[in-house]
Design a protein around this ligand. Structure first.
Ligand SMILES: [Zn+2]
Length: 201
């Protein structure tokens, strides 16, 4: 029979392995490291508890927020252009665009693209929510910043189809890299250029 401590560490490894970028070997390494460094493990555990209690998805755009009203700092910022919405795949994409300082509108985070990996239902649900808001509110432009992969193109097509009843202008950021490249690997300068050169989708 396996020792009790090994069983616990195995269980922790299994959870760690779910984090993107952590393989089986590292998961086990981290689990042992945490077991050996109790102070750090306790601090992490406290922080995780606080994060899970306080940090949630913005109820308008799915960015993260710890604001009590559930609306993130970007959506709450009156100085931003509330008539333009930029659709991105991930919160990391939002941060990249914010860092590039090239855009001052609102965002909407899809959480991926329509593909078997991300799960089709959750993305469709978010798109439906985005569409319902655009049909209700006065929005001028929707900017799609989505990887030009087959699945990304499919996602953009789906959004465009759904928004046919509205007269919102839909543009897409002309990412200056070969088709199939991932938005996550585009550098800041390219992103700024791509934003300026965006075309009607
Ligand atoms: Zn928000």
């Amino acid at each position: 029979m396996k020792n009790a401590h090994l069983k616990l560490l195995d269980e922790l490894s299994l959870y760690l392995k779910n984090i993107p970028g952590i393989g089986e070997k590292n998961a086990s390494k981290y689990a042992f490291w945490l077991a050996e460094h109790k102070d750090k493990a306790n601090s992490i555990s406290k922080l995780l508890k606080e994060i899970s209690e306080k940090v949630k998805s913005c109820r308008l755009c799915y960015n993260l927020t710890a604001n009590e009203n559930g609306i993130c700092d970007i959506c709450s910022d009156k100085s931003r252009d509330h008539e333009t919405v930029c659709v991105v795949e991930t919160i990391e994409n939002l941060l990249e665009i914010e860092t590039a300082n090239v855009y001052n509108g609102l965002y909407f985070i899809l959480g991926g693209v329509i593909s078997p990996i991300y799960g089709i239902d959750s993305i469709i649900k978010r798109i439906d929510y985005l569409v319902s808001r655009i049909l209700k509110e006065q929005k001028k432009e929707l900017i799609l910043v989505i990887s030009p992969t087959t699945e990304g193109e499919l996602t953009m097509q789906y959004i465009k189809e759904k928004l046919k009843p509205s007269n919102i202008k839909i543009t897409k950021v002309a990412i200056g890299v070969p088709a199939g490249a991932d938005i996550n690997y585009i550098n800041k300068k390219t992103l700024i250029e791509a934003f300026k050169m965006r075309t009607v989708a």
